[in-house]
Design a binder for this molecule. Structure first.
Ligand SMILES: Nc1nc2c(ncn2[C@@H]2O[C@H](COP(=O)(O)OP(=O)(O)OP(=O)(O)O)[C@@H](O)[C@H]2O)c(=O)[nH]1
Ligand SMILES: [Mg+2]
Length: 294
């Protein structure tokens, strides 16, 4: 049976990891501070729901740095990592927002993930956290539905994924209810098969996708235009140019088969790309096997 692959994205500190933890029954760090907690995207181990195998991919906010800015070097690595996670495609996107804090980031996230990354090929569920003061929670959606009509979300679900503190006796039952609501929405909306964003018969490659996403990220995040990736620039050259240290860039190449293939293809030896890819897939296999899936 196909896995239902769900990409979870949204601004920093609004409850993405809390949602993933509650849905999957696992426990990864969350926090209430101003600085982002999730520094790398994370793929949760598969769990079963409504007869489906679900795989959640938790991401880092686009505007994760101080003052909503992102250092270019970090952003490139995060994007490379996100694309690597996207290799098997996604069945559903979950955009998470916090009821009390809707900012400009909301539109940026929508533009980047829904329009650029998924090219509107994948259904999108909007999950609103922080609805614990509405009774029932869905009242928040009925009050605010109009503000989202232009974005074309397939459904909007009001939730609470807060945990602990003096209000825990209020939060507990709401979390359980939210878990059910989101899992049912995933069941209704997810594609039967994950849609690929590159590779297969999409007509796009890892590298083409990286260029187009990076360039739209530069635009959305307000980074200087000089950071745009040139037509013939290798991923390695781009990484070096935005200030990623040599050893980190080399490590990325070593761990990411798609980047290695691009570099090795520039070498005169025919088939070098394929060979390099095989080798680095082995490296990746070892790394992931060591980490296990939590
Ligand atoms: N009041 C309230 N707090 C919530 C809710 N969901 C999560 N939180 C709290 O918000 C804080 C941030 O939650 P996280 O799950 O770490 O948020 P995140 O989006 O993963 O954050 P980053 O990884 O830093 O981007 C934690 O203290 C959570 O307990 C909610 O529905 N209501
Ligand atoms: Mg997080």
């Amino acid at each position: 049976m196909n896995k239902t692959r769900v990409l979870v994205f949204g601004a920093t500190g609004i409850g993405k990891t809390s949602l993933c933890n509650v849905l999957s029954g696992r426990s990864r760090p969350t926090d209430g501070g101003a600085k982002g907690v999730t520094a790398k995207s994370h793929q949760y181990g598969v769990f079963a729901s409504e007869g489906k195998k679900i795989e959640l991919i938790d991401t880092v906010g686009l505007h994760e740095g101080r003052d909503g800015t992102v250092p270019a070097d970090k952003a490139v690595l995060q994007l490379v990592e996100l694309l690597e996670r996207a290799k098997d495609g996604f069945s559903l996107l979950v955009h998470v927002i916090r009821a009390s804090r809707i900012t400009k980031e909301f539109e940026d996230d929508h533009k980047f993930f829904v329009e650029k990354l998924a090219q509107r090929k994948i259904p999108v569920l909007l999950v609103v956290t922080g609805c614990e003061n509405e009774d029932p929670m869905q009242t928040w959606v009925e009050k605010n539905r109009q503000s989202f009509s232009q974005f074309g979300y397939h459904e909007i679900v009001a939730t609470c994924f807060a945990e602990g503190g003096p209000l825990e006796s209020h939060f507990g039952p709401l979390r359980e209810q939210s878990r059910g609501l989101v899992l049912q929405a995933i069941d209704r909306l997810a594609l039967n098969e994950p849609a690929l964003l590159y590779g297969g018969d999409t007509g796009s490659s890892f590298n083409k996708t990286l260029t187009s996403l990076w360039n739209s990220f530069v635009e959305i995040s307000g980074l200087p235009k000089k950071y745009r990736r040139g037509l013939h620039e290798s991923a390695f050259a781009l990484m070096r140019r935005v200030g990623i240290p040599d050893d980190v860039a080399k490590m990325a190449l070593k761990h990411l088969p798609d980047l290695v293939e691009e570099l090795a293809n520039k070498a005169p030896m025919p088939g070098a790309g394929k060979i390099a890819r095989k080798i680095s897939e082995k490296v990746l296999g070892v790394i992931f096997a060591k980490k296990g899936s939590s």
